[in-house]
Design a protein around this ligand. Sequence first.
Ligand SMILES: NC(=O)c1ccc[n+]([C@@H]2O[C@H](COP(=O)([O-])OP(=O)(O)OC[C@H]3O[C@@H](n4cnc5c(N)ncnc54)[C@H](OP(=O)(O)O)[C@@H]3O)[C@@H](O)[C@H]2O)c1
Length: 238
Amino acid sequence: MGTERVKKVCIVGASGKLGQYMVRHALERGYEVVGVCRERSVPKLAAFEGRMTVVPGPTNDPEVIRRAVAGCDGVLTVLVPWGVRQYASGTAQAVLDHARPGARLVFSCGWHITRDGKDRYSWSFRAAVRIAARVAKLLRYVEIDDQVEACRRVFASDTRWTVVRGSSLEEGESQGLPVWSRHVGDPVLAGNLTRRVDFALFMVEALTDDTLVREAPAIVGRLTPGALAHAGEAGGRS
Ligand SMILES: NC(=O)c1ccc[n+]([C@@H]2O[C@H](COP(=O)([O-])OP(=O)(O)OC[C@H]3O[C@@H](n4cnc5c(N)ncnc54)[C@H](OP(=O)(O)O)[C@@H]3O)[C@@H](O)[C@H]2O)c1
């Protein structure tokens, strides 16, 4: 399918901060929107009542995902490492298994995910991820390894996927489409900050950008110093 023909999209993890921004961008583009979120989080989508369909349930439940993605041309999935029940890998697997062949699949994660091992992380970034992973696992709150496993499965799949790797995030008005690079450590990404609303914009734009199929772009805000210094380079990519 040509991605210019995207009409109906599913947003998995629609009730979170990133998810709600994606719902807004998708509705603005005139897409029919189906959202999946935990039952208790449905009220967070009240602002969109009547403009989207909500399928309540755990996002790692294959049956919930099968119903939600039916007939969708694109699926936007928020991969989160919360909990210690393989939530992220279960969610990714359900989407990979049930989205229709040829659908555009766009997943979110952070810079700590590496596709080819060629990312160059600062020692402080590595230390922060290592400490966060250990503390979180001890507290049985976050399972960063499972987000890694989720992305490994996406990278290995023969679907039309994109894994968008977010920098540190902040709230605020949109600054426009973030710029991206294949590898963390590239100078364009030095600012390490993206507005969450623009992370969502990048995810939704990726649905119709075939150059991002089977890419894992690491993104950064277009007004960060590194991005401004590299402005003008082809496609905004370093
Ligand atoms: N936060 C950052 O600084 C940062 C940096 C880089 C990349 N990212 C990436 O950005 C994406 C969005 O992250 P975010 O931090 O901005 O969060 P977010 O958009 O608010 O999303 C959090 C999601 O996690 C779900 N969730 C929360 N607790 C849960 C639990 N115990 N079990 C199952 N699901 C649970 C929420 O669902 P409910 O609405 O049902 O609670 C919501 O869908 C993720 O892919 C993340 O890896 C984040």
